[in-house]
Design a binder for this molecule. Structure first.
Ligand SMILES: Cc1cc2nc3c(=O)[nH]c(=O)nc-3n(C[C@H](O)[C@H](O)[C@H](O)COP(=O)(O)OP(=O)(O)OC[C@H]3O[C@@H](n4cnc5c(N)ncnc54)[C@H](O)[C@@H]3O)c2cc1C
Length: 285
């Protein structure tokens, strides 16, 4: 199918993009990788008056790595997160999770800002952003704000971003000493997962001193798994695997849809938790 008619602008600076967004008064949409937006336009689920292509905006492709943070501009591609040696070395879970998204051709276009804005609750990168405690940096004509990933996602395909706001960058903290795993279960390689898990653990003398976890596909947002974290904190992994598995399953209320029932997704999350903890336990021995 063909998209509806729309105006097209390709600004070169963030300020130009923000002016266009403000002038359009909710009639504009941002084009980043286009991998979600173009199907929506072609199927006429979206009908903006103006499409603002941000692919040529200066600075949005920048990457800065310090001892504490990997900061990426909004249009950094998932293929870059997957393949850039400096990112892989500083925060390997970003590349691991990115490698599960779709196929190489799609990852070569998909942007980190696009997948966070699209806010599919089964998507890999929003889940990693919540588990890591990432900060999403937004700008509009009226100013800037930084939103914790956990507060950014509000519901299925819905975020706290206003129509006149642009995601300009994302700060992913490097949690020194914390080992993260990302794993998921999908029907075929490259499909959205039925369920996914990002889990990070810090160990000191065999005890879990810090833990962060989030699940994909198990709620209407990428869900932080606080009960799972509580079950592990202060204990050895091997003593608490089964408690953690139970806690994770109990705290989610997954959707039932054409892809699977709530019980199916809950059981897959439990499998992922057991798998991840077994791996982390073996690695520390
Ligand atoms: C065949 C196929 C398989 C896929 N499989 C997966 C998968 O397994 N896992 C997965 O997570 N995704 C998957 N996707 C979705 C893909 O990753 C999308 O590209 C992604 O959801 C959106 O990123 P994008 O850069 O393409 O954004 P676009 O499609 O350009 O934009 C998506 C939305 O975000 C808004 N937006 C984009 N950037 C910004 C910004 N900087 N500030 C404000 N708003 C912005 C746009 O206006 C639009 O509403 C798949 C897509 C296809 C076509």
């Amino acid at each position: 199918m063909k998209p509806p008619l729309f105006e097209y602008e390709a600004p070169r600076t963030v300020d130009e993009a923000l002016d266009l967004l403000a002038d359009a008064q909710e009639g504009a949409t941002i084009l980043a990788g286009g991998q979600s937006l173009l199907p929506l336009l072609n199927m006429r689920f979206a009908g903006p008056d103006l499409v603002i292509d941000i692919n040529r905006v200066q600075g949005l492709g920048d990457i800065t790595i310090t001892e504490t943070t990997v900061s990426t501009g909004a249009i950094v591609r998932l293929a870059t997160l997957e393949n850039d040696p400096a990112i892989r070395s500083a925060l390997p879970v970003l590349g691991t999770a990115a490698s599960y998204v779709a196929h190489p051709q799609i990852r070569a276009r998909t942007t980190i800002g696009g997948t966070l804005s699209h806010a599919d609750p089964s998507a890999e990168m929003p889940t990693v952003a919540v588990a890591l405690g990432a900060t999403i940096n937004l700008r509009s004509q009226s100013g800037s704000r930084a939103v914790a990933a956990e507060d950014f996602f509000e519901s299925v395909f819905a975020t706290s971003k206003s129509p006149d706001e642009l995601i300009v960058s994302i700060d992913f903290p490097i949690r020194q000493g914390m080992t993260f795993v990302y794993d998921e279960i999908s029907r075929r390689q490259g499909d959205f997962p039925f369920a996914g898990l990002c889990l990070g653990i810090t160990l000191d003398s065999g005890l879990v001193t810090d833990v962060r976890a989030a699940g994909a596909g198990v709620a209407d947002v990428p869900q932080r798994l606080h009960r799972l974290e509580g079950a592990l904190r202060g204990n050895t992994i091997s003593e608490t695997i089964e408690d953690a598995v139970e806690a994770a399953g109990d705290e989610v209320d997954p959707p039932t849809d054409i892809h699977g029932t709530a019980a199916f997704r809950r059981s897959l999350l439990r499998t992922l938790v057991r798998r991840a903890l077994t791996k982390l336990d073996e690695e520390q021995k």
